[in-house]
Structure formats: C-alpha cells, structure tokens
Ligand binder design. Structure first.
Ligand SMILES: Nc1ncnc2c1ncn2[C@@H]1O[C@H](COP(=O)(O)OP(=O)(O)OP(=O)(O)O)[C@@H](O)[C@H]1O
Ligand SMILES: [Mg+2]
Length: 639
C-alpha cells in the first residue's frame, strides 16, 4: 500500500495556486513572484472587511471549499478536542507565522537568499524579527540568569537551549532560528516538490531500517531541490532548511529537538493549554517555553507515532503504547480520558547508556561492588536487581551486560527496548507486543520467555519480573542451567524475598536458592542520587528463604561497607570454576586493575568499554601489556 507522506500535506498542495513542478534553475525574480502570489493567497484569507473588493469573491469560494473539507473530516478527531480547544487541523508548514503584508512587500525587494540568512541569525543580532514559530515561542530569556546553555543539532538543523532561573523556578528554553516569510516560502516550495515527487510505502514507514533509507533519500532529494531553486545558497542555511524539512515531513516537528537533547529523560505534552514539560538529568522536571497550540495537533502527532508502529489511536481506543523510530517509548492518551486534553509522554531511550565506569564515577557503586558484579556475570551466576521505581535497576542491569564473555548467546525479553549492549556481543533482543484493537496479535512476555528457551540461550535477560507465569519460567530456566538476569520491584533484599514468595509472583521459597546475588538499588530523591543499597544472597530451606546481606550502603557516610561474610556466593563460584580462594582473590584484583585503568583513561563509551572487556576475555596478556604501556588508541582501534 502506498501512502503519501501525510494527508495534511495534500491539503497544502490543494491550497497552492502555483505550479507543482517548477522549471529547473529558477532565478531570484521568479522567487519574488512566488512570494507575491503567496501574498495574494494570504490576502484572500484575511477577514472580509479588510480585503480588497476583487478578492472577496475568491475568498468566498475558498471558504466553501474548506467547509466541504471540514465536513469530511473524521468524527473521531472531533471528539478528541476539549470543548475550548477545537482548532483547524494544520500541517507543520502552517505553524509558521507570517509577517504583515506591508512588511512583506518591503522584504520582497531584497534578495531572498540574503533575507533567509538574516532570519537565521541569533535573535539578538537581528534588526527586526516578528516572525516566530507558533509552537516555539521565542521568549527572550536574555535578562534572566542563565544556568546553562548548549546547542542541539538534528539532521544538521541547530537550536540553542537555555536553562534559566526565573521567579517561578527553573525553566527550559528552546530558541530556534526564526523562520520568516522568505524561508517559509522556500521550505513550502521544496516540501511540495518532495510530496509530489516522492511516495513512501507502508513498509518504509514501519520498518526502522527502511525508514533510515527513506530519510536519506528525502535529504538528498531536498538538497537537490534547494540547490535548483537557489544555486548560490550558503551551506548553513541549506543544512538548516533540510533539517527542518525532515523534522516536519518525517518526524515530530519541533519536538524532535527535545527528543534529541541528551540531557532529557522524559518529555510530556500535557495538553494544548499547558507548556511542554521535560525531565532534565540535572534539574529534574522543568516547564519549557514550548507549547502545542492546538489539541488537533497533539492528536495528529499521536497518529503519526501510532502509524509508524502499525497501531491506531482513536476515540474507541484512546490509549497508545508505542515507540519512536529512535526507540524512545511513547504513551499517548486522548481527551476526554485525559480530562485536561490530549497527552503524550515520551520516555527517552538512553542513546549513550551508562557504563560501569560512569556508575563508579558518579558513586552509584564502589569499585569493589563493580568487580563483584563482574565476576558474578563472568561465572554465570544468576543475578536479580531490585529497587523502587526509577531507582536505576535497568541502568545497572545494562551496565553489567558488557561483562558477559563473547560467544555467549544472550536473549533479552522486554516490554520496550531499553537494554543496549556493545556491538561485539551475540545478542538477540526481543520485545513484547500488545494486542491490536480487535484483541489480536499479542505477544506476551511469557510467550517470549518460553520461546527464548528454544533458541539455545546461554544468558537470559528479563526486563522486569511481574507475573507468576514469567517468574516460574525464569526460575525453571535458572534450574536448567541458564544464566538469568532480571529486575524486580522491591526496596530491600528482605522485601525481594517477600515479593517473590507472595502473590502475585508466588515462587516457592526453596526455588530462590537459584538466585546467586540480589542487588538492591536505592534512589534518594532529596539528594538526587542513586546508590547500590544492598548486595545479598538468599539462604533457603523448603519453607522459607532468608537474605544474607553481604554489603550495605551507609547513607550518613555515603559509603558501602561489608556487612556479613558471604555464605554461598564465593563457594558457588569456586564450585563452578574450580578456583581456590587465592586464585579467586587474584582474579578479583586483576579485574579491579582493569577498571581503575579504564577510569583513569576515561574509557566510558559502551562500545569502547565493551572492546576492552572483550580483549580481556580473548587475550588477557596482550591487554595487560598494552595497559602497562598505556596504549589506549592501539587497544581501541583493534578489530
Ligand atoms: N546510577 C545512575 N546514575 C544516574 N542516573 C541514573 C542512574 N540510574 C538510573 N539513572 C537515570 O534514571 C532513569 C531511570 O532509570 P532506570 O530505568 O534504570 O530505572 P528503573 O529502576 O529500571 O525504573 P522502572 O521502575 O521504571 O523500571 C534513567 O533514565 C537514568 O537516566
Ligand atoms: Mg526498569
């Protein structure tokens, strides 16, 4: 099935009076003529009282056409608008505010290319600038104390972020170069060209790999179009325009910048009446200077997101769980279920995941704990990671994964893709699927866990253990010699046992013996820190299981101390490996040396970190020899 990039762009098509396929090599005069045409169109849209008499008639016709279109719009969408926020459905191009006709007439006389460049200068350097994007109100924050400022580039289009301290609290400000009439006109023209000349198949929309290809194709096509229209356009302007086109046509418009801000963990569009809110890694929840002005547009974004993953969001199915092409998790919920207005929540997928080096550096765990986790993973111990909501369970689980030796088949099962392993590992990630509106097509965690056992896995990773069936399959897997890692929602080792052995999980206490290590994560909300809180092992009898806490964190000293001797863990490792205690200590010491060296050399990137661990497993002598000579580059450039 073929689908045009979006229906709303077709609307834009229809409204345009100018020719669809401009001749090659348009000169600047032609550009100015086009702008004049657009001005006429704009004049047509003005309130009747202000229109020139000869245009009134045309305007009446245009209105009639629009009435027909409105009537044909689905009733589904109409019901998703809160009463006070019913608005016209608009394409991204319509989000661009336009100047007054007088001002436009003046600007037409200047060179369009020069004008476009002027529009892209930072606000403070501009001579004038009333043009701004509706969605991205460019409030000046220059007089407010700036806590931090940085740039974000998406498809080469750049914006500036300013975190400011205001009377009401800290605010996240996104400043995008203003798009004026000349640039808007250029964008419009290229967009029309792309829409008429390029089609996208459903497969290309839903398949992430195909989507990357189509994006490249669009970018090349856009570049060709821009070069044809403006042969002398400068590089910066060209890249900015291409970037904006990609965001509008294939992405989520201006929200793409937020999705690409590495400091943001969560993005919430609460309704059209409130500003977009973000969860910033350093400052926590912050309001932004951005707002989606129309409820319709929030619905429109939800539809785009749903379509990409072959789902639907409608009045009858107003809840959507989906993910973006980038892997970020999205939840959308429509009005009136979300009573204030249509709501979208985006939980971002860590593009640059924390490695154990980061977690040692930010004191989440000590180096001794890291070494203990490493040896547990290397020698196939089963590890459960517990903790409260957002305490860092998944982050720690992910950080431990590079310790898995190469050539072990790893199967992970998650509701949404959160795990990210280094490239060299032999990893098959699986994700569940919710049923479609007819209740069909569900693939549950249990389905995947059972299936994973048929895939000859060495290691099984489960995102989160929630139901009895999953727990039973997981414990079965541990007992049949697989190495299992999973997270559980519990605040302490004792609570983990209680959670596991009571409903809904209901695991018989004696089965808990299969768990070799339980790591508990803790998040101190006041101090904004996350720590490994306890490391425990389980001692079990037929009737009960008890936690033996080996290490624990002391909050007053912010330090992890040894709490009790291990009764099982090291014994289990010795039994599995045949290593004496002395050999084991030696092994722990060499791992510690490697981690210290990685920290010293700031080797923290997931793949770089993974590479060193890989060399440790495949050629330990050469690693230690290179470490001695501090041959960082040589080690990292190894294939
Ligand atoms: N050790 C850490 N140091 C700094 N930030 C962290 C740490 N652990 C987690 N975070 C941040 O907290 C967020 C939530 O972490 P994570 O997803 O690991 O929590 P969780 O306990 O698995 O949550 P959930 O209960 O939703 O599964 C992450 O996106 C990450 O940015
Ligand atoms: Mg988690």
């Amino acid at each position: 099935m073929k689908e045009k990039t979006s229906a709303k762009k077709k609307e834009v098509d229809k409204k345009n009076i100018e020719k669809k396929t401009p001749p090659k090599q348009k000169n600047i005069k032609k550009q100015i003529k086009d702008i004049q045409k657009k001005l006429k169109e704009k004049e047509l849209k003005k309130p009747e009282s202000k229109q020139k008499p000869e245009l009134k008639e045309k305007n009446q016709k245009l209105k009639e056409q629009e009435n027909i279109k409105e009537k044909s719009e689905s009733s589904d969408n109409a019901q998703t608008k809160p009463p006070q926020a019913i608005g016209e459905k608009k394409g991204p191009s319509d989000n661009i505010q336009k100047d007054s006709p007088e001002k436009q007439e003046k600007s037409e006389k200047s060179d369009i290319n020069k004008k476009s460049e002027e529009e892209l200068k930072p606000e403070s350097k501009k001579s004038s600038g009333k043009n701004s994007e509706k969605n991205h109100s460019n409030q000046s924050s220059s007089k407010k104390p700036i806590l931090e400022t940085y740039k974000i580039n998406v498809d080469k289009a750049g914006v500036r972020i300013e975190i400011t301290k205001e009377l009401s609290g800290i605010v996240y400000n996104l400043h995008s170069p203003k798009i004026g009439i000349a640039t808007a006109s250029l964008l419009e023209r290229v967009r029309e060209e792309l829409v008429t000349t390029t089609t996208i198949s459903m497969k290309e929309i839903t398949d992430p790999a195909a989507f990357v290809v189509i994006k490249k194709r669009f970018m090349l096509e856009a570049e060709t179009q821009i070069k044809e229209i403006l042969p002398s356009i400068n590089q910066n302007l060209k890249e900015f325009l291409i970037g904006r086109l990609m965001q509008d046509m294939l992405g989520l418009g201006g929200i793409e910048f937020l999705v690409n801000d590495p400091y943001l963990e969560e993005i919430v569009i609460p309704s059209s009446k409130e500003p977009i809110r973000v969860y910033h890694k350093k400052y926590g929840w912050l309001p932004t200077n951005l707002r989606i002005n129309k409820e319709d547009e929030i619905v429109n974004y939800s539809n785009i997101i749903a379509r990409r993953v072959g789902k639907q969001i409608t009045v009858l199915a107003p809840l959507l769980d989906a993910h973006l092409v980038s892997g970020d998790r999205v939840n959308a919920i429509l009005y009136p279920i979300a009573t204030k207005g249509n709501t979208i929540t985006i939980r971002k997928f860590a593009r640059d995941p924390y490695t154990i080096v980061d977690l040692i550096n930010n004191k989440t765990c000590s180096i001794d704990i890291a070494v203990l986790l490493w040896i547990a993973i290397e020698y196939e111990m089963n590890v459960l990671i517990s903790g409260g909501t957002a305490s860092g369970k998944t982050v720690l689980l992910n950080a431990c994964m590079p310790f898995i030796p190469p050539n072990n088949r790893i199967i992970s099962v998650e509701d949404t893709r959160e795990l990210m392993l280094p490239d060299f590992l032999y990893w098959t990630p699986l994700v569940t699927r919710t049923p479609n509106p007819e209740g069909k097509g569900e693939v549950s965690m249990l389905n995947l866990l059972v299936n994973s056992l048929r895939m000859r896995p060495d290691r099984i990773v489960l995102g989160e253990m929630r139901r009895q069936e999953e727990a039973m399959v997981l414990f079965e897997a541990m007992h049949t010699g697989h190495s299992v890692y999973a997270t559980v929602h519990a605040d302490s080792a004792a609570e983990t046992i209680s959670r596991l052995t009571h409903p809904p999980l209901n695991v018989p206490p004696n089965l808990l013996k299969a768990v070799n290590l339980n790591v508990i994560m803790f998040r101190d909300r006041k101090r904004g820190i996350r720590r490994v809180f306890q490391i425990a092992e389980f001692n079990t009898t037929d009737e009960r299981a008890e936690a033996n806490i080996i290490y624990r964190w002391i909050p007053e000293q912010d330090k992890v101390v040894k709490h009790a001797e291990s009764s099982r863990f090291f014994e289990d490792i010795s039994r599995n490996t045949g290593m004496s205690q002395e050999k084991l200590n030696q092994n722990l010491e060499e791992k510690k040396q490697i981690l210290l060296w990685l920290i010293k050399n700031k080797i923290r990137d997931l793949n770089d970190f993974g590479k060193i661990i890989n060399i440790y497993y495949t050629n330990k002598e050469s690693l230690f020899s290179s470490m001695k000579k501090n041959e960082v580059k040589k080690l990292l450039s190894r294939e």
